[in-house]
Design a protein around this ligand. Structure first.
Ligand code: USQ
Length: 400
């Protein structure tokens, strides 16, 4: 793998600049605090649209999240460090993107600013079109802004393991050596995504690979698995610095949902046979992986893809683990396999490589019973705020 190792220690007087797109989100806010704590000059951009979508589905995070400006002020008070805030829409306002890149001149860009939910994208034609426009055009605007104002910057883009789908062969890290008709080539790994949302990331990957190839940009695509977890070292500094925790059917990921369900006595909603296997990682490892990508940037003209997960589980494995951990806290949790609202394989081969980030030094925080117990305890403290009516899935992949 071609990487350039930059000095990890910052030279006095010269701060490296990181622009975090989607800095108000579940991953964006902890990432912003983390790099700020490390001494980078951090700016975040967000159009606050996740807060609007949450209101639309009555799917608020379990604990109330202060406004982005309030979070910035509190972070400044606690750490003494500034996080610069840009409010604007990267998909619909390319002038906003251009102006921000021209003014801030980032060394690295971490791009999380996309509609992140598969069920949201499958709700209707309008939501599918919205998701594709929002994600794909926003990403294109970022690529053009990079090319125009900071062609030497490194783009770290959040992709997804869901781009690959569940093929019957081993999933490589982004690229595949192909032999055909007596010749060979290295090609982007074939994709078979499972929702219009996951497809946006496939289209983004193609657009980034092309832009990197023609404009000699630097980019790393992090094909991330399903994230779970509540805390990072910085979110623990103050309750108002916590990141969002979703358990609803639209924005909640499966393990976070099972934890909330266990706490309110809702039978765990295993979809179908529950043999769906996916890559998982703790939110702390998301931050670690992004840091490793930033500190070991891609070379100009190099489109790197890292598979970003630490463990593989089936949905049934997770349900069993949550039941066992809940028992330790005196909760009697039941599992209820329900009709699968999605169209996906429920019992399948799944083998995916994830050695690139490990070889850069990733030290995984594996899913232990202790981790589950801490998550359960935090959610138990907020039990009365759980809205049971947003748990049951209602969005179906087959629109009748
Ligand atoms: N599932 C259940 N019960 C539930 C919720 C989900 O059985 O109550 C199943 C789903 O059918 C699926 C699996 O759990 O087979 C994962 O579902 P999920 O909702 O946790 O994750 P997904 O829709 O794939 O999307 C999430 C994030 C997305 C990210 C992706 C990574 O929302 O932003 O890209 O995880 S990955 O799955 O690796 O593509």
């Amino acid at each position: 793998m071609k990487t350039v190792r930059l000095k990890n220690k910052l030279t006095p007087g010269k701060k490296r600049k990181i622009l975090i797109l989607g800095g108000d989100g579940y991953l964006g806010w902890p990432t912003a605090m983390h790099f700020s704590a490390l001494g980078y000059e951090v700016a975040i951009a967000d159009n606050l649209s996740k807060r609007l979508w949450e209101a639309e589905y009555d799917a608020q995070p379990l604990w109330q999240i202060p406004s982005i400006r309030r979070r910035g002020q509190l972070w400044k008070k606690i750490s003494g460090k500034d996080i610069k805030i840009y409010i604007g829409d990267i998909a619909n306002n390319h002038r906003f993107v251009y102006e921000m890149f021209r003014e801030f001149q980032p060394d690295s860009i971490i791009h999380y600013a996309e509609q992140p939910s598969a069920p949201f994208s499958m709700h209707s034609r309008e939501k599918a079109v919205f998701t594709q426009h929002n994600n794909i055009i926003g990403n294109l605007n970022v690529l053009f802004a990079m090319q125009k104002y900071c062609p030497d910057a490194h783009l770290v883009k959040l992709g997804t393991m869901g781009e690959y789908g569940t093929p019957n062969i081993t999933i490589e890290e982004g690229w595949l050596e192909v032999k055909h008709g007596g010749r060979k080539d290295r090609m982007l790994y074939p994709k078979r995504a499972g929702s219009f949302y996951h497809l946006t990331k496939v289209h983004d990957s193609n657009n980034i690979e092309f832009a990197v190839r023609i404009w000699k940009l630097r980019a790393t695509d992090l094909n991330q698995g399903v994230v779970y977890g509540i805390d990072t070292p910085e979110t623990l500094l103050d309750t108002e610095l916590m990141t969002s925790f979703h358990y609803d059917e639209v924005f909640g990921t499966v393990l976070n949902r099972f934890i909330a369900q266990a706490v309110v006595g809702f039978p765990l909603t295993v979809y179908g046979k529950g043999g769906q296997k996916r890559g998982f990682l703790n939110i702390k490892d998301t931050i670690q992986c992004v840091e490793l990508a930033i500190k070991n940037p891609a070379l100009p003209g190099d489109f790197r893809v890292f598979n970003q997960f630490t463990e593989l589980f089936t949905v049934n494995d997770l349900a069993q683990k949550v039941c066992q951990a809940s028992k330790k806290l005196g909760l009697n949790v039941k599992i209820h396999a329900i009709d699968n609202p999605r169209i996906e394989q429920e019992d399948h081969f799944y083998k995916a490589k994830n050695s690139a980030l490990l070889s850069l030094g990733l030290k995984p925080n594996f899913l232990t019973e202790a981790t589950l117990i801490v998550m359960l305890q935090k959610v138990i403290a907020m039990k009365d705020h759980i809205n049971k009516s947003v748990i049951k899935p209602s969005i179906r992949w087959k629109i009748r």
